[in-house]
Write a protein that binds this ligand. Structure first.
Ligand code: NAD
Length: 498
């Protein structure tokens, strides 16, 4: 069977790949596991320099890869470049440079009293084994690429399943990594097929699962992983808020709100999806945002000058149109867009601004994975904090003010993995910082130090040079009882003096 790749902007066929069945996926894990046995013995810095060679090929293929991403998921090629291909190159460079700090050295742990018995402990990180990387459609290149690179540098094998909406991009990731001559042939595998068919076996066979996608799928993966107690990192949905205080730089904030919501047609986990405006600036800010939004160019992504491309497929488009309709029924007012673009053939939804929203509406509470921004107002910071936190998701959010101390104070009150002061969305590009968030946005973190920790196991090595018998060993005779009396004295010395 094949999965066809269709360009969502003009509905032309890009190509196709053969799907795998469950047996073939198991075979991929077996091969990757075998290759990993050798790979894990290579020094971490050498592994990192082997993997970092991929940047030469990436730089050579920037334009081809950007166009492939554009044709498969509908975003403009330059947006694909800066948000995906550049991100892959930048993060690989960073992981190469930082890995020795995180995984390089074994660390001795001071043992207190036990060291007087000639005992010493060392801790270092071992690779998990074979990591299942399951990717989403919206950033089909950069998200799995970074996770694969970190997993490989850390000494793991990888079996990667791209989204069925982005199989050619998945194949390109496999091919580009295999331009590295020193990469063992079987260490990194790619498999194609729907999550409902291959998801179970991907989880069952893996030593770690790094999943990026919707909250419902994340829950299904976690339930499955409970059978084998396989650790999972789940990067799930979001409903990021942007809170604008009266003293914010308005020009910058208006542009940020538009870019933050409409980049990639709003199909971004971290995109600005809720706009909270202080009541004193609400009308002015909203009219400037409507004016700016109406000037944005929606069109075929390959045409120069296009700001907003297509949604990935008809199903995603319909979900968003249904959500807009429900918002209208619940009292939201469409200030801009709100419909399928009638002038374009593919799956385009006009950039949409919804006013007169209240915090309990579905359009404010639920993730709408499309170019839809809901606008609310607040009268005090305490009210804004309450409304922002009263939401199932917790990935990112932002606060906009010229008073940085006030912004930082506000930020600390928000239940998200990342808070930005006067910025939005872009923090995903900071490969050195932790990525992920609590509540329905997932568990675990990818990127940076945390990403390396996610695909490795702490390993404790204890070494003993003591020549005598340990004092707590049998027999529990008279001598033993005396020794225990000594330990009772030692215990008293361990009471922390306040
Ligand atoms: P999705 O959950 O539909 O699919 C993601 C991947 O999971 C695909 O490869 C799919 O084939 C696979 N899958 C589906 N069912 C599965 C199962 N039962 N077991 C194992 N794998 C299965 O998500 P999507 O539509 O591709 O992506 C959009 C969602 O991803 C949005 O909710 C978005 O917020 C989220 N997302 C989150 C992040 C993040 O970093 N937090 C990044 C990008 C996207």
């Amino acid at each position: 069977m094949q999965i066809e790749s269709i360009n969502p902007a003009n509905l032309e066929r890009n190509g196709a790949v053969e799907t795998h069945d469950e047996e073939e996926v198991i075979e991929c894990f077996v091969k990757a596991r075998k290759a990993q046995q050798e790979w894990k013995r290579i020094q971490v810095l050498e592994r990192a320099s082997i993997i970092a060679r991929v940047n030469e090929s990436l730089v050579d293929q920037i334009d081809e890869l950007s166009l492939l991403v554009c044709r498969e998921v509908g975003k403009p090629p330059l947006e694909a470049f800066i948000s995906e291909i550049y991100g892959a190159i930048d993060s690989t460079f960073h992981y190469y440079n930082s890995v020795s700090e995180v995984l390089g050295e074994e660390r001795e742990i001071p043992l207190g009293f036990y060291s007087s018995l000639d005992k010493r402990s060392f801790v270092y990180r071992k690779p998990a084994g074979v990591v299942a990387v399951i990717g989403p459609f919206n950033f089909p290149f950069v998200i799995p690429f970074q996770q694969i690179v970190q997993s490989l540098i850390a000494g793991n094998g990888v079996v990667f399943k791209p989204s069925s909406e982005a199989v050619l991009v998945g194949e390109a990731i496999y091919n580009i990594l295999h331009t590295i001559e020193e990469l063992p042939e079987d260490l990194m595998q790619v498999v194609f097929g729907s999550g409902s068919k291959l998801g179970r076996v991907m989880v069952d066979e893996a030593n770690r699962v790094i999943f990026t996608g919707s909250t419902n799928t994340g829950k299904a993966i976690m339930r499955r992983a409970a059978n084998t107690l396989t650790p999972v990192a789940l990067e799930l949905g979001g409903k990021s808020a942007m809170v604008v205080l009266p003293d914010a730089n308005m020009d910058r904030a208006v542009r940020a709100a538009a870019w933050g919501c409409f980049i990639n047609s709003g199909q971004v986990c971290a995109s600005v999806k809720r706009l909270f405006l202080h009541e004193s600036i609400k009308d002015d800010f909203t009219s400037r945002l409507v004016e700016f939004t109406n000037k944005l160019v929606q069109g075929y992504p390959e045409e120069p000058g296009t700001d907003i491309g297509a949604m990935v497929n008809q199903e995603q488009m319909q979900l968003v149109l249904d959500a807009i309709e429900r918002a209208r029924e619940q009292g939201a007012k469409v200030l801009s867009g709100g419909r399928r673009n009638p002038d374009l053939e593919g799956y385009f939804i006009e950039p949409t601004l919804l006013g007169e929203c209240t915090n309990s509406m579905d359009c404010v509470q639920q993730e709408i994975f499309g170019p839809v921004l809901v606008i609310l107002s607040f009268s005090s910071e305490a009210e804004a904090i309450k409304m922002v936190n009263d939401n199932p998701y917790g990935l990112t959010s932002s606060i906009w003010t010229e008073n940085i101390d006030r912004g930082k104070q506000f930020a600390r009150e928000i239940d998200t993995g990342t808070m930005m002061v006067n910025e939005c969305v872009y923090s995903f590009a900071l490969a050195m910082t932790p990525w992920g968030g609590p509540k329905a946005s997932g568990i675990g973190r990818t990127h940076g130090e945390y990403g390396f920790l996610e695909v490795t196991e702490p390993f404790h090595l204890n070494v003993d040079r003591y020549k005598e018998m340990d004092p707590w060993w049998m027999p529990y005779d008279k001598d033993f009882r005396e020794i225990m009396d000594n330990f009772k004295h030692i215990a008293k010395s361990l009471v922390v003096k306040q």
